[in-house]
Design a binder for this molecule. Sequence first.
Ligand code: Q9C
Ligand code: ZN
Length: 342
Amino acid sequence: MKTFFSEDHRRHFPQAELSGGEFVTPFERPSRLEYVLSRLHERGLRDIVAPGAPDMEAIRALCAPDYLAFLETAWSEWKAAGMAGEIIAASFPARRMQTARPPRNIDGKVGYYALAAETAMTGGTWAAALSSAASAQAAQAHVAAGAKSAFALCRPPGHHATADMYGGYCFINNAALVADAFRRDGAQRVAVLDIDFHHGNGTQDIFYGRGDVFFASLHGAPEDAFPYFLGYADETGQGAGEGANANYPMPPGTAYDVWFGALDAALARIRDFGAEALVISLGTDAYKDDPISFFKLDSPDFLDAGVRIGKLGLPTVFCMEGGYAIEQVGINAVNVLEGFLD
Ligand code: Q9C
Ligand code: ZN
């Protein structure tokens, strides 16, 4: 399996994450990918290539134009306004406020386009987000050209980003770009399976009204886990998308004996849907020692999950998402790939 990876991810390295009322070094940090790269090498998955330039037309087809313009210019506007620190959202359009008009003021704009305040932006964030999207696009092109699978080693991750909002460490929804590209390349039906600990609210939102892309997510129940305001089991899609969304929320302490039941249920739904291509949002934060999550998967469980996913026999693109137990993130992510390849 080929890996697509851009060194430009390093350009996104904020110093601050708002966590528990203080600023901490972000959990989502550049060194995460070093562990994944070193594990890929260790396991002989050494075909690692840099993507070309991002396909901006496809990104513009997925995201709102004003949102993309915001991401591109936010840092210069922030600096021009005399802000001393990194870009952190502080004011949000909460219940009963209007959301039709973005403010002119950059502090207001940041709150308008953010879905949470933990995620800081800096001068390199836009370039890094584009490079991450480019890795996803290159992986999809590789599979569309006939490869059975590919690994997009994306950073920053993507599954919390909607077409017009960033947050949860995400800016551009890489997995959604891949699913959309498979559709454009001729697949009639595509499935996205999100095994990151957190609900893939962005991916769900993007495809919620569509019947051609099935979305399934296994995650910490929204009563207890970020992103808190989406991810319930009764969210099943709407309009043409009714029946094409499946959420598997699970409580604190969930271990593999329960988790794999949800995985098998999601895989059965994807098979019944008739998907011709598969996108995996590959977060490893369901791991037992993840510092910000509450599932109890162990490293061998990720191998078994990969085996189960592989049994679908579909052309598959894996997109890296979360996973913050830094020293195990490589073992766990590559275990999924190795299980799949078995
Ligand atoms: N005090 C992904 O896994 N909440 N994003 C962090 C830490 C946000 C996770 C709370 C978690 C976002 C891609
Ligand atoms: Zn996550």
